[in-house]
Ligand binder design. Sequence first.
Ligand code: ZN
Length: 148
Amino acid sequence: MVKEAGVQKRCDKNRKRSKRRAIYCPIHGCHLDSVSQKYTLYTEKPEELQKRGINRQSALMLVASQTAVPLVGEWLEAFWCPHCQQTKWYYVKKLDNRKFEISPAPTALWQQAIGVKSTQGNPSVGEFTLRHSRMNRYQGIKDFIFIG
Ligand SMILES: [Zn+2]
């Protein structure tokens, strides 16, 4: 039996790192602390699914049957940056187990995450961050109820 030391090592590393993901502030490059749960992104557009490697027919079927199809490995999450002194919403894309790509969440995505189940009167990202950036970093998030 061949012992796969490499695999074992990789697992240990992941376990150690699982508490804090390698997500950094795009401005400061410092570690960001998550202050929200992950909010799944949904799409109603078959093209969006095709872009993610789903064939056209499956994409059409998914959209037809589910209306809002969750995008795997992509979500919205709020992070606190100690340098920005601000909570910001980011669009997070998981590239592999340890790599993430983040970008400030545009309003369109925010609405996409809220879902098609839709929700009048939810604040846009701008309004949301503006309102909550004045508040305590933990307080603000909790009063925002999301449908999932
Ligand atoms: Zn920052």
